[in-house]
Design a protein around this ligand. Sequence first.
Ligand code: SF4
Length: 171
Amino acid sequence: MLRTLFRIVRTGVVSEPAPPPAQALRQREALQQDILRIMGRALCIRHVDAGSCNGCELEIHALNNPRYNIEGLGIKFVASPRHADMLLVTGPVSVHMEVALKRTYEATADPKLVIAIGDCGADGGVFGECYASRGRIANVIPVDVVVPGCPPTPTAILQGIITAITARVGD
Ligand code: SF4
């Protein structure tokens, strides 16, 4: 027992120091303050996949993981547009989703913000406009903010969300 204690004292602390917080996490803290200042309450989002390859969905799902923890920021995803302040729309708009997207937009509560996610949402991306695709989201419903990228990072999506709130609600 004494030998073990002596060895512990002789060795000291050998673990590496904890790494500093990542830049993305620091940005996250600033976003949290902005959402509370501008909205004064939780922001409810309805996600609509209008024809995505699901790459953008993976980045949106990452917003819910412990690293980004958007519920801790006061943002939550809801199941109905009637409970949502904002639509997060991915993909080009496939012809089969055109009517559903328009109805979802009409059902969304005020301030009825819309963010087009990814290069496909911005300009149709690799799918473009064709017999099966209406192309960019803005071809079908009004869009407040476009977040480009294929796919965009979770931090870029968060910044798009705060930009949309700031632009519509005012600073
Ligand atoms: S922007 Fe890229 S990742 Fe997102 S739906 Fe289009 S092809 Fe997929």
